[in-house]
Design a protein around this ligand. Structure first.
Ligand SMILES: [Zn+2]
Length: 250
């Protein structure tokens, strides 16, 4: 429950005999506000790093995809070079064949020529298969890049919003700190010191209602004397379980 003076019904405000409790509630409200702004500002570097990490991840995906396409292109070129080499070899055999005299040498070259032709057709098949795969890979890469770039743009817009959030918070923080300092100055030092002691190590809210004999902070039943003191409201009373400052709320 968010607690500040404005949420306490007027009837209860009357019961809080000290103005001090009301000031403390205002103090708590402003304290929480300053802490909220500070927390938001402190989270910004993390949020930025996470967002930048996503952008880097998508960029790396694009790069990896391009690299895969490039590798296929290189493989295609190497198959082409191999085909040229094998065809060149076949041509050499054919020229040699024109010069040989012996039948068995002629036959051996015929065999070599046949095997180079077989090799050529195998390589050509590989090339066709690769070209088909390359075509697919380029298409997929193009589509993926559109998607990744959309994601990158979204993250970049988010980074822009974080910048806006930062300037907004920076413009709020000074006013919030000034408002906090102002109310601190208005509270009597003993009450302020109780508040500061209680606020250390406890989670907000640290000023809570005492309702049905229970502390609204820790939900434990308080002792009878704490209840009596809180009801009187002449001085600051704290919960004997959790230490939060109590105000009476019948
Ligand atoms: Zn308590």
């Amino acid at each position: 429950m968010r607690l500040d003076a404005s949420v306490i019904p007027p009837s209860n405000r009357v019961r809080m005999t000290t103005d001090c409790n009301t000031s403390l509630l205002v103090l708590q409200d402003r304290d929480m506000n300053v802490q909220r702004i500070e927390r938001s500002l402190a989270e910004l570097p993390n949020e930025r790093a996470t967002t930048q990490g996503k952008i880097d991840g998508y960029t790396a995906e694009i790069e990896a995809g391009r690299q895969r396409v490039k590798e296929m292109e290189v493989r295609g070129k190497s198959i082409e070079a191999e085909i040229a080499e094998v065809e060149n070899q076949a041509l050499k055999y054919k020229n040699q064949q024109l010069l040989v005299k012996k039948n068995e040498e002629y036959q051996a070259l015929t065999h070599e020529i046949e095997s180079t032709e077989k090799k050529t057709s195998e390589l050509e098949e590989q090339e066709i298969e690769l070209l088909y795969e390359l075509d697919e890979a380029r298409k997929t890469q193009g589509e993926s890049e559109v998607e990744w770039n959309e994601k990158i743009d979204a993250e970049k817009r988010f980074l822009g919003r974080l910048d806006e959030k930062e300037s907004q918070l920076n413009s709020e923080i000074d006013a919030a700190r000034a408002a906090l300092a102002q109310v601190k100055g208005e509270i009597d030092p003993p009450s302020l010191s109780v508040y500061q002691r209680v606020s250390r190590g406890l989670k907000f809210p640290i000023i809570v209602a005492l309702r049905d004999s229970k502390c609204e902070g820790c939900h434990m039943r308080v002792s009878a004397s704490v209840e009596v003191e809180t009801r009187k409201g002449t001085e600051i009373t704290t919960c004997d379980n959790c230490g939060r400052i109590l105000y009476w709320d019948a």
